[in-house]
Ligand binder design. Sequence first.
Ligand code: NCD
Length: 308
Amino acid sequence: MLNFISAENVSRQELENLFSIADDIKENRQKYSKALNGYVIATIFFEPSTRTRLSFESAILRLGAGLISTENALENASAKKGESLEDTIKIIQGYADMIIIRHHENDSSQRAVKVAKVPIINAGAGGGEHPTQALLDVYTIREQKGKVDGTQIAIMGDLKYGRTAHSLIKLLSLYDNIKIYGFSVKGLELPLQYKEFLKEKHIEYIERSSLDEIPSDIDFIYQTRVQMERLEDKGLKIEPIILNKENFARFSNHTYILHPLPRVDEISTELDDDYRSLYFHQAHNGVPTRMALIYSLMRDYYNLNPKI
Ligand code: NCD
């Protein structure tokens, strides 16, 4: 693997290798603290971010690499002056040995890879994909359940523009006996291309129109925020799906709640102290999983000593 721009081109073996490195990082963080000494990594974010950017930057620093960063690239970088994404990449690669990019266009990472001479990581591309979020989501599932095969999961909220849901579906498709329930806000259903993808991979996808129709012993509920900033139909009347103590009460003691965050009001804060609410822990898994990804891409690209 030389880049990480979509959850589609990853093999199960590659994913498992990354998870083993992430496990090792959790156990032996110090071992990795100088792994990328002498390298510089750039983060360029054209869209807002808290978790993704800061966990990437924490991962970079914890691997011993140097960091250069534009936090609000749409306003503060040369894009504001009319520079193309391609030109920006061509410039930054002279300053950094890897580029991590978040951008508002779905094909931004593909475009970056076309001109880049350094590894590219997609940190969120428009309403398309967010493969590193899926990496930490599946890692959290594996950690909680002990395995990913056989996972039954309800993905809820904005399945149309929710890029984390799109990438999650793709990574889950690498495993056996996955069952996905989709319960979207009306008008924000999963796009056809993802339904067809699931069909091709023989993954059962069951659309539901209320929480009551989700089996009470499901393993995971993956709740998401409505991506208001991406709505094309500004007149769409949003009927939000809110998970709260009352409607979660019928779920089993091994039904866990995931959310990529940020949350607006789709999970009531009264659920935060429930041991089945994994979302804050899930966000913290962003550091070891992103460390594992950065480390292994850099190792392969620059032929670093595989012995750490
Ligand atoms: C998500 C994103 O940016 O797509 N956030 C994140 O990276 N954890 C989800 C969202 O913004 O709703």
